[in-house]
Design a protein around this ligand. Structure first.
Ligand code: AMP
Ligand code: GLY
Length: 438
């Protein structure tokens, strides 16, 4: 039988999902909305992209799903969940992998998420919710001695969080919330947690759930976790900070979260991302996301041994109790390659040729996932901030990262003065490399 799957995403996450669905014997064709130019490189199966659409183009997405009679729609991006794409498709009897808007509120409304954590006694920092700037300023002045985290309650592409070291920075952060438009109208002030971060993933059909795996993202743009926060510059799996004690805490958090969401009449169907932080052997929750992490998914999805179409369909049909997800826990690393200047201005890189990209595509032992790369007449051009991701596997993170960095050495974007305008961090996986080197 011919099955067409639709993936709603544009970036590396969508590319990894397209790759996973394309590997299934039951899938003949994939539609990616909007998709990107590199989604075809990992498969001979047809990948149709719709670059003129957005992940939130609800009506057009529905029309395409009807036209191609898609067997399954994977809603991979948070904006699409907030826009109600999953609800509209379900109402039209499509099989959907991804939470309802109501269940996804755990990501798109951080104040709701923190209240939920409080109600279900989940480990989280102290927090205070504001929608009035002068009240927030008064509050901060009454507690001048602490570092605080100020964050927009709504979606802000990972850029809505400001860590304030002192009262002046905190007051400034409050006024910055206006920059996030409606996402920053309500904002939170949180206790600052110090520790080692990780991301963990579990899938549920709203009835049962299974833990899949964890990874460690590197959010800052420069080596040594310096510079601005980005969507993620690379990650490694499995994070060695997760010992059996931490793993038990993670499983307990997932269990109580899925149970809590059921009680709230928001059964969660799809992948749930727990952003956690470990301090003194205790896990605290930074956030929940209603989707895979990007780039985390690029190193976790290749480890799932099952036919991913079968797994996703069993979720969409509420039959996950009959599935057992088998995972290959080998070490994998993802390095994100970006335009120099990202997450700030990278306009001088846009349109430039990525040299050596043809060879990178052919390099054995690595996997390549695209995001902001445009293919024009067989040449590959920079067309965004995060351009592409190199994934490598190894016995441990040291071996995996050697392969990824060797492959990247041959790739560059020439600047006017001979400088390389391709930027990537050279220290992905550094925590576990240090642990293993001891
Ligand atoms: P988020 O957008 O919620 O993922 O936050 C972005 C980053 O801000 C996280 O990865 C953390 O590094 C940091 N962060 C958010 N909340 C806190 C907190 N309460 N304490 C310490 N760091 C935080
Ligand atoms: N890599 C972090 C995220 O996807 O939010």
């Amino acid at each position: 039988m011919k099955n067409i799957v639709a993936v709603i995403d544009a970036g590396g996450r969508g590319s990894a999902l397209v790759d996973a669905y394309a590997k299934s014997d039951k899938v003949d064709e994939i539609i990616a909305i909007p998709g990107n130019d590199l989604m075809q490189i990992n498969t001979k199966k047809k990948v149709r992209i719709f670059p003129h659409l957005k992940t939130t183009s609800k009506i057009e997405i529905l029309k395409i799903c009807k036209e191609y009679k898609v067997a399954l729609v994977d809603i991979a991006q948070e904006n699409a969940i907030l826009a109600g794409v999953s609800d509209l498709l379900r109402k039209n009897n499509f099989k959907v992998f991804g939470p309802s808007r109501k269940a996804g509120q755990i990501e798109w409304d951080k104040s709701y998420a923190r209240e939920f954590m409080l109600k279900y006694n989940l480990p989280a920092p102290k927090f205070w919710v504001f929608s009035n700037h002068s009240r927030a300023e008064k509050f901060l002045k009454s507690k001048p001695e602490q570092p605080f985290v100020i964050k927009a309650s709504g979606l802000a592409e990972g850029k809505g969080v400001i860590i304030a070291q002192n009262i002046a920075q905190a007051l400034n952060a409050v006024s910055e919330m206006a920059r996030f438009g409606s996402s920053g109208e309500t904002f939170l002030i949180e206790e600052f947690l110090e520790g080692e971060e990780f991301s963990s993933y579990a899938i549920s059909d709203g009835k049962t759930f299974q833990y899949i795996a964890s990874a460690q993202d590197h959010k800052r743009v420069f080596d040594g976790d310096k510079g601005l926060n980005t969507g993620g510059m690379g990650c490694s799996t499995p994070p060695l900070v997760i010992n059996s004690n931490i793993q038990n805490q993670i499983s307990d958090i997932f269990n109580r979260t899925f149970e809590g969401l059921k009680k709230e009449n928001r059964p969660y169907s799809g992948i749930l991302y727990l952003g956690g932080i470990v301090a003194k052997n205790k896990v605290n929750i930074i956030e929940f996301n209603a989707r895979w992490g990007d780039p985390e998914v690029e190193c976790i999805l290749p480890g799932i041994k099952n036919d991913w179409f079968d797994v996703a369909l069993s979720i969409a049909q509420d039959q996950f109790d009959k599935t057992k997800v088998n995972y290959n826990g080998k070490a994998r690393i993802v390095v994100a390659a970006a335009s120099k200047g990202y997450p700030g201005d990278y306009s001088n890189v846009k349109g430039k040729v990525i040299n050596g990209f043809d060879n990178l595509i052919k390099t054995p032992g690595i996997k390549l996932y695209g995001a902001g790369v445009k293919e024009v007449g067989g040449r590959y051009l920079a067309n965004g901030g995060r351009l592409f991701y190199v994934v490598a596997e190894g016995k441990n993170v040291i071996g995996a990262r050697k392969k990824a960095y060797e492959a990247l050495e041959k790739v560059f974007i020439s600047g006017e003065n001979g400088e390389n305008l391709l930027h990537y961090r050279k220290d992905i996986g550094y925590r576990d490399v240090a642990r293993l080197s001891k």
